[in-house]
Design a protein around this ligand. Structure first.
Ligand SMILES: Cc1cc2nc3c(=O)[nH]c(=O)nc-3n(C[C@H](O)[C@H](O)[C@H](O)COP(=O)(O)OP(=O)(O)OC[C@H]3O[C@@H](n4cnc5c(N)ncnc54)[C@H](O)[C@@H]3O)c2cc1C
Length: 508
């Protein structure tokens, strides 16, 4: 039986991202109709403002211009993440490191061993030009840079609700995705456990051939109706709550071109600059910190008393669905799983999974078991490696100043895969071939910046004379390029202001 009627339940970032991926991949088949249903009464989660560079490819695929993103979503550029206080403050003069969106291999050469032999002389993240640009709040682009291309690589920060709106407009207007507001009251199943129909509060009942659950943490279809078990990963990732706040900024304020992630005694704080405000969030483990203490610590960070502020408390369910694809239903976004906001993995995994479904979408119902079996294997692997990467940031810290840090380091439960890799990387540097699957969303370059930003103790290899002089030359090159770039690039704020001025002139 041909699959013709596809429904996406949920109009958050995940739902509209799925709508765009399916819209692009399935538009050549005129028999397929895609409908997105969302509830007017159940709001989207409204957080999720940090991305990684892969988002640029996705926007291009959808046919959304960079200009639209920048102007419609209060967007700014993100060149990486600056991790502050993730190590023992007493042992370091500079207690921060960058995970920049660039390669630590200058001109393609792996000089990690050279750095290990000279690790006291300079920080690992200085192997990226982004370090200097970011520290000086420079834009990653020249005024003349083409769309989606910078002098260095970058992603974006944006207003999550406005980003969903932009995706929605694109899906409806360019990709013919149908859109309706309905609140689902009941999900009806066939005898074989697959989904038969959706019953709405309006009294209407509707049948579809295929269902995509993007209903957020509620996981209405895959969890509520189909009872696909949730693999709880809270023993590995212990943060379970976030307090989110929006802080207005002035037009004259500098804009950091990075997410600032500041660790505290029981978690960390995200600080994401948009053009008109900051999104700030206090992530913590409720096992180690009460909400009152969290508000006090958050107040200290923000510099004002937040007792009566408009804080949003967001409980976080850490883990993923055992099956991402069950019968005629796929789960995406928070309905599928969530690790925590560190490293902005959620939109990335949603994007990856939505693309996977759309590219492999079965035309016949009988094809589902084959495709679902494959996709479930891919997603289980992907989730496990994402969890490893996020957990790495806690596990290799030398902080021992609270029970949270002791339990996340000395008493931590980690996967065999992460433990094996870390053992290997004690005796030799991480290499590209250590990552043998293309479903490792985070690869050697990401790991290198985190491992050596956090002083991971790899035994340095012996360097040949030529290797040493070549590496010295490459490091000098990076330093020179960094100075040139820092001198030639506009400030982040100035770049965005110039864009606004140019658009105002055009429309005058
Ligand atoms: C604290 C926090 C910080 C985060 N930060 C980041 C970040 O920096 N970067 C990143 O990549 N990700 C981040 N995320 C994740 C990010 O927020 C999500 O990936 C993203 O918002 C997608 O959410 P969603 O669409 O799955 O769910 P939601 O936004 O919750 O959308 C759910 C949708 O389902 C609909 N719905 C629910 N029930 C019904 C019903 N009965 N009938 C009809 N419709 C229904 C709702 O109306 C809504 O439209 C963060 C998450 C949290 C919790």
């Amino acid at each position: 039986m041909k699959i013709k009627r596809v429904v996406i339940v949920g109009g958050g970032t995940a739902g509209w991202m799925a709508a765009n991926h399916l819209g692009v991949e399935l538009r050549r088949d005129p028999e397929i109709e895609i409908t997105l249903i969302e509830s007017k009464n159940i709001p989207v989660i409204g957080v999720g403002e940090g991305t990684v560079p892969k988002i640029k490819e996705t926007l291009k695929k959808f046919g959304i211009s960079e200009l639209d993103l920048l102007t419609c979503c209060d967007a700014t550029f993100k060149q990486g993440i600056k991790f502050s206080n993730w190590m023992d403050a007493k042992k370091k003069d500079v207690n921060f490191y960058y995970h920049p969106f660039s390669s630590p291999y200058p001109s393609g050469f792996d000089i990690t061993n050279y750095w290990l032999n000279n690790r006291d002389k300079f920080e690992f993240s200085k192997l990226s030009e982004i370090y200097s640009i970011a520290e000086l709040n420079r834009s990653p682009k020249q005024i003349s840079s083409p769309p989606f291309i910078g002098v260095v690589d970058y992603a974006y920060h944006f207003n999550a609700a406005k980003f969903s709106d932009l995706l929605a407009r694109n899906a409806r207007e360019k990709l013919s995705v149908k859109h309706r507001f309905e609140t689902i009251a009941q999900v009806l199943l066939h005898d074989d456990g697959s989904i038969k129909a959706l019953a709405y509060e309006s009294g209407i009942m509707e049948e579809f051939d295929f269902y995509i659950d993007c209903s957020g943490f509620a996981a209405l279809l895959v969890g509520g109706a189909m009872k696909v078990p949730f693999l709880d990963k809270s023993s590995q990732i212990q943060t379970d709550t976030a307090l989110a706040l929006q802080e207005p900024t002035a037009d004259s304020d500098e804009i950091q071109p990075y997410t600032l992630a500041t660790a505290h005694k029981a978690g960390w704080i995200w600080d994401i600059p948009l053009t008109n405000r900051r999104g700030v969030g206090f992530v913590y483990s409720s096992k180690y910190l009460s909400e009152d203490e969290a508000v006090q610590k958050f107040s200290k960070y923000v510099g004002r008393d937040l007792q009566n502020a408009n804080l949003r408390r967001v409980p976080m369910k850490i883990g993923y669905r055992e099956l991402f694809w069950d019968k005629n239903c796929v789960a995406l976004g928070l309905a599928q799983g969530f690790v925590e906001p560190l490293e902005a993995t959620s939109i990335l995994v949603t994007d990856f999974a939505a693309n996977l479904v759309a590219r492999n979408f079965p035309s016949m119902r009988e094809d589902i078991p084959v495709v679902a079996g494959y996709c479930n294997k891919v997603m289980a692997y992907t989730w496990e490696r994402v969890i490893d990467f996020v957990q790495l940031h806690y596990f290799i810290s030398d902080r021992r100043d609270s029970d949270f840090w002791i339990d996340n380091t000395e008493n931590a439960v980690v996967s065999d895969a992460l433990r094996d890799r870390l053992d290997m990387w004690k005796i030799g540097v991480p290499k590209k071939i250590d990552f043998f699957s293309s479903f490792d969303i985070f690869g050697v370059e990401n790991y290198l910046f985190v491992l050596y930003g956090m002083d991971y103790p790899t035994r340095p290899g012996v360097l040949g004379v030529n290797e040493e002089s070549k590496a010295k030359e490459l490091v000098r090159d990076v330093q020179q390029k960094s100075i040139q770039m820092a001198n030639s690039l506009l400030s982040h704020r100035a770049w965005l202001t110039e864009l606004r001025k140019a658009l105002a002139l055009q429309s005058a």
